[in-house]
Design a protein around this ligand. Sequence first.
Ligand code: SF4
Length: 110
Amino acid sequence: MKRLPIFDSTLLESRRGFLRGVATSALAIVPVAALGCGQPLVCTDVAGLSADEQEQRRNAAYKDASPEPAKRCNNCAAFKPAAADKCGECTEIKGPVHPQGFCNLWRQKA
Ligand code: SF4
């Protein structure tokens, strides 16, 4: 009796090999994709701040994205930069500060 190709063990083995190859390739692509699609920098975690520090931050109306392109934390006199792709600090408010952020205390860096 002739076997149907789908039940042929060599074909089945090659299908397993194919599927194994696809799975391995997919696993290899995921980390590469993750490297290419970095998460946007978020500097809004105030969990470590006291209630007063959080209120001061709210009063300054801090935002991660400046509404005024010419006024950003990274050109403010109070900004203390960190390593690339990390939140910086500020001498005026506590907590993480985005380089492209802004608050009402902005003043031009000399
Ligand atoms: S004072 Fe405001 S604008 Fe200036 S670095 Fe601090 S948070 Fe950013």
